[in-house]
Design a protein around this ligand. Structure first.
Ligand code: ATP
Ligand code: MG
Length: 420
C-alpha cells in the first residue's frame, strides 16, 4: 500500500468490478442512443453561479453539498453536483434549441461531486447517466423517458425496483398550492431551520423524514387537490401511456424531489434491496430552469440514474452480469525467437479486430498458462523453437481442450474465422 488512500467518501473502480460499472453505464445509455438522444459532454466544473441559480439557492445541494473553489485567476467555480444545469447551459450556448429540431434530446454520463456524509450508497464522488429532452412540452416525452429508464433497469435483470410518480403542477396551479401549504405549515410546531424552509421551499418540508414532523403533516393540503385542469389532463396522459406500455408505477403524492421550479411530472426509481439510500434514479419536468440561467422560456424534462447505486442494486439481487471475457486469444511464447514471432501474430490479430493478449516477461510455460486461463481466452497459442523450425504454432481450444499445430502463416486467418 502507498502512503495515500482514496479521499474520504470516494472509492476506486478496479478490475474486475470496474467491468460491471462500464456495463451498467452502457446498459443505461443504450436505450437512449436507440431513441434519438445525442451524446453531450460538459466540463466537470462550472461557474458556481450556474448551480446556485440552476439547482436553487435553497437546496441542500447548493447550501451544503457543493465543492466550490476559487481559481488562481479569481473565478468562483464548483465541481458539478448534478447534470441538468450544465446540459441546459451547454445546449443554450450551442443554440441547439434554434436548429429547428425540437425537442433537443441529449444523454450524458459522468462523475458528480457532493460533499455529503459518506455512507453505504452515498459518496462524495459518484457516477450518473442522464437524459434531457428540451424545448417541447408533451406527455409522450415524459412517458418515453420513464419507459427508457425502466427498459435500462430491466435489461440489467433488475426486478425489485419501483417507480414512484407524482405531478407537481405548473406556473398556474403550483403557486396557489404553495401558499395554501405555507399557511398550513406556519401553524405547526417546527424547529427554526424547518420554519425557514417553509418560506423558501415549502414543498421540501413534505419530504421531512422525522416521525414527529411526519405526524403533523397528515392533514397537509394535497397538491392533487390543487392541480389545474391542464396539469390533471397532462398527468393522466402520462399515466395512461405508462400503463399502455406495461410499465407499473405507484402514485406517490408525497414525492416532491427538490426544486421550486420543478413542474408537472416528477418520478423516482427506488430499489427495495438498498436500505436507506433506496433511490437509484429520478427525474422531473422543469419549466423554469432555462429562464433561471438566462435563457428563453423552454420546457424540459429529464432524469439521472445513479450508476453506483444501480451496481449495489445488482449485488442486492444477486445478479451477475454475463460479461464476455475481453480476451479471445492468449499467446505464450517459449524463447526469444518465439516472443518476436508470436508478438507479431498478436499484433496482426488485434489489427484484424480479434482481442488478443500476450505472456510478457519471458515466463515459464506453467505460469503463462495460468495467466491464459485467467484471461478467459477461448484460444491459446503456444510456440517454441521446434514449432518455429517447422513453421507452425500450437493452437489450443481452451473450451474443448483440443490442440494441434497450425501453419504460422495461416494462424491469424484461422483464428479470425473460428471466432467468427
Ligand atoms: P438522495 O435523496 O438519495 O440524496 P437525490 O435526490 O439527491 O438522492 P438526485 O439528485 O436525484 O439524487 O440524483 C439522481 C441519482 O443519483 C440518485 O437517485 C442516486 O442514485 C444518485 N446519487 C445522488 N447522490 C448520490 C451520492 N452522494 N452517492 C451516490 N449516488 C448518488
Ligand atoms: Mg441528495
Amino acid at each position: 500500500m502507498s502512503t495515500f488512500q482514496a479521499p474520504k467518501g470516494t472509492y476506486d473502480l478496479t478490475p474486475p468490478r470496474s467491468a460491471t460499472f462500464l456495463a451498467v453505464r452502457e446498459a443505461i445509455a443504450a436505450p437512449l442512443r436507440d431513441s434519438g438522444y445525442g451524446y453531450i459532454e460538459t466540463p466537470g466544473f462550472e461557474n458556481v453561479e450556474l448551480f446556485a441559480r440552476g439547482v436553487g439557492e435553497s437546496t441542500d445541494i447548493v447550501t451544503k453539498e457543493m465543492y466550490t473553489l476559487t481559481t488562481k485567476g479569481g473565478s468562483q467555480l464548483a465541481l458539478r453536483p448534478e447534470g441538468t444545469a450544465s446540459v441546459l447551459r451547454a445546449a443554450l450556448e450551442a443554440n441547439l434549441h434554434k436548429a429547428g429540431n425540437l425537442p433537443v434530446k441529449l444523454w450524458y454520463s459522468g462523475s458528480y461531486y457532493r460533499y455529503e456524509r459518506p455512507q453505504a450508497g452515498r459518496y462524495r464522488h459518484f457516477s450518473q447517466v442522464g437524459a434531457e429532452a428540451i424545448g417541447t412540452e408533451d406527455p409522450v416525452l415524459d412517458a418515453e423517458l420513464i419507459i427508457l429508464a425502466d427498459q435500462a433497469y430491466r435489461s440489467l435483470g433488475l426486478r425489485r425496483f419501483r417507480i414512484l410518480l407524482n405531478s407537481l403542477g405548473d406556473k398556474e396551479c403550483r403557486p396557489v398550492y404553495r401558499e395554501a401549504l405555507q399557511t398550513f405549515l406556519r401553524d405547526l410546531d417546527l424547529d427554526e431551520e424547518t420554519r425557514r424552509r417553509i418560506e423558501i421551499n415549502p414543498l421540501r418540508v413534505l419530504d421531512d423524514k422525522r416521525a414527529d414532523v411526519r405526524k403533523q403533516l397528515t392533514d397537509a393540503p394535497k397538491l392533487r387537490d390543487y392541480l389545474c385542469d391542464a396539469c390533471k389532463a397532462y398527468h393522466e396522459e402520462v399515466r395512461a401511456l405508462l400503463t399502455t406500455a406495461g410499465v407499473a408505477f405507484e402514485d406517490d403524492e408525497k414525492l416532491v424531489r427538490g426544486l421550486d421550479y420543478y413542474t408537472r411530472t416528477t418520478f423516482e426509481f427506488v430499489h427495495d434491496g438498498l436500505g436507506a439510500q433506496s433511490a437509484v434514479g429520478g427525474g422531473d419536468g422543469d419549466d423554469g430552469l432555462s429562464e433561471m440561467i438566462g435563457g428563453p422560456e423552454l420546457p424540459s424534462v429529464g432524469w439521472a440514474l445513479g450508476v453506483d447505486r444501480t451496481v449495489l442494486a445488482l449485488e442486492a439481487e444477486g445478479i451477475e452480469l454475463d460479461l464476455p471475457s475481453t480476451t479471445s486469444v492468449y499467446a505464450v511464447p517459449l524463447g526469444e525467437e518465439a516472443r518476436r514471432v508470436l508478438f507479431g501474430v498478436v499484433t496482426e490479430l488485434r489489427r484484424a479486430g480479434v482481442a488478443a493478449d500476450f505472456a510478457f516477461g519471458g515466463r515459464g510455460l506453467k505460469g503463462a498458462m495460468k495467466s491464459a486461463n485467467r484471461s478467459g481466452a477461448r484460444y491459446t497459442l503456444v510456440a517454441g523453437e521446434r514449432d518455429l523450425a517447422e513453421g507452425v504454432v500450437q493452437l489450443k481450444d481452451m473450451e474443448s481442450g483440443e490442440q494441434g499445430p497450425v501453419a504460422l502463416a495461416e494462424v491469424a486467418a484461422e483464428l479470425t474465422k473460428r471466432l467468427g
